[in-house]
Design a protein around this ligand. Structure first.
Ligand code: IPE
Ligand code: IPE
Ligand code: MG
Length: 244
């Protein structure tokens, strides 16, 4: 889409969360092995990430791998890890593009358990883009909302035991600040394709007041127009946050 033809919105979410689901079913429908669906899903991720940035969305979090996804057959997990590697290895090629678009890459999730070479590539990507501030592209890898909250609670308790804080100092802000998303706005909109109507442990604390948008499209088939539809629906939502 030409820059000048980009749609304009009366209101844009400050932060969009996207649950990239349906890769396996997309492959199955075509009689292909599941990993082929992940390859196609990775293409969609690149396309939609770029498009959202072009639209002016300031922060996007893509759910790529959950703490529960390790339960899958080892070949499938390895195929997904290989796709992360390939994406992260593009770091050097990405510098120019990130420069132009001002994209800062960040990763949220438990770093323990991620293969060491992938972890170093993640750190390299974060370091290379750390001075960018137009768009935050967050990728949730080995991410689980409950795990994130549990780890945050442990940190807070350690500080309490060390008598740096007392129980009464604990408030919602302190809990938010103990999460991987510290400093980011809560997601205004969470998109889940693939016909499932659940969050599957995604941004559990942060999604308290998120608008949810579901679609039957499988992630590899998700298009720019689908994102525009989600954003058009979001424009019409009346967010009350408990008020009138
Ligand atoms: C999402 O697609 C990708 C990951 C969870 C890593 P799925 O692999 O869950 O696809 P379906 O839900 O089986 O179709
Ligand atoms: C959610 O999809 C996780 C990601 C997209 C990374 P799942 O396919 O793991 O979710 P469930 O198992 O259907 O809830
Ligand atoms: Mg799934």
């Amino acid at each position: 889409m030409d820059k000048k033809d980009l749609p304009v919105f009366s209101v844009l979410p400050k932060h969009i969360g996207i649950i990239m689901d349906g890769n396996g079913r997309w492959a199955k429908q075509r009689g292909l092995p599941r990993y082929k669906g992940h390859i196609e899903g990775a293409r969609t991720f690149r396309k939609i990430g770029e498009f959202a940035a072009d639209l002016g969305v300031k922060c996007i979090t893509f759910y790529a791998f959950s703490t529960e996804n390790w339960k899958r057959p080892p070949e499938e997990v390895e195929a997904i890890m290989q796709l992360f590697r390939e994406y992260l290895e593009e770091a050097d090629d990405r510098i120019a593009e990130n420069e132009e678009k001002g994209i800062r890459l960040r990763f949220i999730g438990e770093r323990k358990g991620i293969p060491a070479d992938i972890l170093s590539l993640m750190e390299l990507n974060e370091a290379q883009s750390s001075d960018k501030d137009k768009v935050i592209l967050n990728i949730a890898i080995n991410y689980g909302g409950r795990h994130e909250i549990t780890e945050g609670v442990k940190d807070i308790v350690r500080r309490a035991v060390a008598e740096e804080i007392s129980a009464d100092d604990i408030d919602e802000q302190m809990i938010s600040d103990s999460l991987y998303t510290k400093g980011l706005p809560d997601p205004d909109l969470i998109i889940r394709p693939s016909g499932e109507y659940r969050l599957s442990n995604f941004l559990t604390w942060q999604s308290a007041y998120s608008e949810l948008w579901f679609s039957n499209v499988l992630w590899p088939d998700f298009t720019e127009d689908d994102l525009v539809s989600a954003l058009r629906d979001f424009e019409k939502r009346h967010r009350r946050f408990g008020g009138v």
